[in-house]
Design a protein around this ligand. Structure first.
Ligand SMILES: Cc1cc2nc3c(=O)[nH]c(=O)nc-3n(C[C@H](O)[C@H](O)[C@H](O)COP(=O)(O)OP(=O)(O)OC[C@H]3O[C@@H](n4cnc5c(N)ncnc54)[C@H](O)[C@@H]3O)c2cc1C
Length: 468
């Protein structure tokens, strides 16, 4: 096969991880020859990163939630790489400086419902995110690369496999361009940063299980993440990490095809399934600790059909709309029966569910700014907080389905972001970062995926540059 170009570094993927790696390397080694490969055309570049609003688990003083490594240890049952999590904690301030110095503005805006992004008890501190979301990160870091001599941003170019020397060191990437032909790009180092396998129904079915074909993608950009990095690394004997049969899914409005139509603001209200029956303790914890499980449950056990039902008390919460990301307003009605009919649910069944729920709501003051302890009694499943009767018209409802955001399983790396074999030996000249690397088990303590992608992309780029 023809080798058409020789590079110091080839990065596979144009999202947070790949861009952070390429920018770090370019700035450390002036004049280096770098290629960044992107399956999508230029106007759609950026994978998941382009589409995320990008909640960041940081406070205004630019520190990460120091409790997160322990939390990861706890929720994963000790399976998650604790040292990786601790390194992320230490590196986040540098990562934030890295994006801010390159033009990304961080904003901290009021959010109408309590969360635990600060690590402590539920709080109303405004959560952080980049102004303009993940797209602002993609545009800022791409702009740096566009003005750096020696950098090729190769769009509509798919990485197909890695090439290795006789000794087994990675020395290039075989790619397919728009003419359909395979060519080899020689490289001293390769960073795989091409996302998970959420865009491949074949791999989802293989790893996550039956009915994976029913999972819509939460945003179009993730269709390009088809597990290629995982496959390419495993072909060379790479080890894996993360829970392969688990995904991050979120409850989204079924009436719209717009991206990221997630319902976060469900604190006041209940979820019911297609039989108008409750199936989850909606007040188990703050929304950031339950939305993933609700999404997963809707997919796995509720045939991808659920409804969020609330009343005028939600409409009275200042700013509630900012926590319901759909572009279609909720259905409204003056009675629960009428709301059921609007949603296509059995009216009698929903009236019975709501009446039972209302009767079970215990005493206490309803307060969305904290875990208010206002719980149901004698109801299965219970509602452990914010159990306030749905008795005030107008009643509102949104039909939901679960959409996949990313996969948990991926390749294993060391703390320099080098891909390792099951013996822990780095495969020479091969790095990986971002969602492609496996980390999570059982639960994703959120607002950390963009941060870890940027951070370990930076670490990969810096290590490769130092070795060169
Ligand atoms: C709607 C939405 C909301 C989210 N909300 C949050 C949030 O609030 N906070 C948070 O931290 N995280 C959030 N996430 C998750 C987070 O955005 C991602 O985990 C993170 O951006 C992944 O970055 P990455 O660089 O690893 O992958 P990506 O950004 O997905 O980049 C992968 C790149 O690889 C390219 N690619 C794939 N295969 C190939 C190939 N064979 N050849 C060439 N190119 C290839 C893709 O086209 C893409 O450019 C959200 C994600 C989505 C979609």
């Amino acid at each position: 096969m023809k080798t058409v170009q020789e590079y110091d570094l080839v990065v596979v993927g144009h999202g947070a991880a790949g861009l952070a790696a390429a920018v770090t390397y370019a700035e450390a080694r002036e004049g280096a020859r770098i290629a960044v490969l992107e399956r999508a055309p230029r106007e759609e570049r950026g994978g998941a990163t382009r589409w995320t609003g990008a909640f960041l688990r940081v406070t205004e003083d630019r520190t990460f939630d120091h409790e997160w490594p322990e939390r990861m240890r706890r929720v994963s049952g000790g399976l998650a790489d604790y040292e990786y999590c601790r390194l992320l904690d230490r590196e986040v301030p540098t990562t934030l400086r890295f994006i801010e110095e390159r033009g990304v503005r961080l904003v901290f805006e009021e959010f109408p419902f309590a969360h635990t992004f600060d690590g402590g008890p539920a709080t109303m501190h405004p959560p952080g995110r980049p102004e303009g979301g993940g797209k602002a990160i993609v545009e800022a870091l791409s702009a740096v690369l566009e003005r750096t001599p020696g950098v090729d941003l190769r769009y509509r170019t798919e990485a197909v496999r890695l090439t290795v020397s006789d000794e087994g060191a990675v020395d290039g990437v075989v790619v397919r361009g728009t003419d359909g032909l395979l060519v080899r790009l020689a490289a001293r180092d390769v960073v795989l940063a091409c996302g998970g396998f959420e865009g491949s129904v074949e791999m989802l079915t293989r790893y996550v299980g039956p009915k994976a074909c029913d999972l819509p993608l939460i945003a179009p950009g993730i269709a390009n993440n088809r597990g290629d990095g995982l496959r390419m690394a495993m072909e060379l004997g790479a080890d894996t990490a993360g829970q392969f049969d688990m995904i991050h899914a979120e409850p989204v409005d079924r009436r719209t095809s717009s991206a990221d139509a997630v319902i976060y603001g469900y604190t006041d209200g209940i979820f019911v399934n297609g039989r108008a029956e409750r199936f989850y303790d909606e007040g188990r914890d703050t929304w950031d600790n339950t939305f993933e499980h609700i999404g997963f449950e809707i997919w796995r056990n509720q045939d991808q059909e659920a409804y969020w039902i609330a009343d005028a008390k939600t409409l009275a919460i200042p700013g509630w709309e900012s926590a319901v990301l759909s572009d279609v307003p909720p259905e409204r009605a003056d009675t629960i029966g009428d709301l059921a009919r609007r949603l296509g649910l059995d009216a009698e069944a929903l009236e019975k569910t709501v009446a039972e729920f209302n009767a079970a709501c215990g005493p206490g003051e309803f307060d969305v700014r904290r875990l208010d302890g206002k719980a149901t009694t004698g109801l299965t499943p219970p509602k452990s907080n914010w159990a306030t009767p749905l008795d005030t018209p107008p009643f509102i409802g949104i039909p939901l389905t679960a959409a996949i955001t990313f996969t948990y399983g991926g390749v294993r790396t060391d703390l320099d972001a080098r891909v390792v074999t099951p013996a822990g030996t780095p495969i020479p000249h091969l790095y990986a970062a971002g969602e492609l690397t496996g980390l999570f088990y059982h639960e994703y303590p959120p607002a950390t995926s963009v941060l870890r992608s940027l951070t370990f992309g930076r670490i990969a780029g810096a290590h490769a540059a130092r070795q060169a």
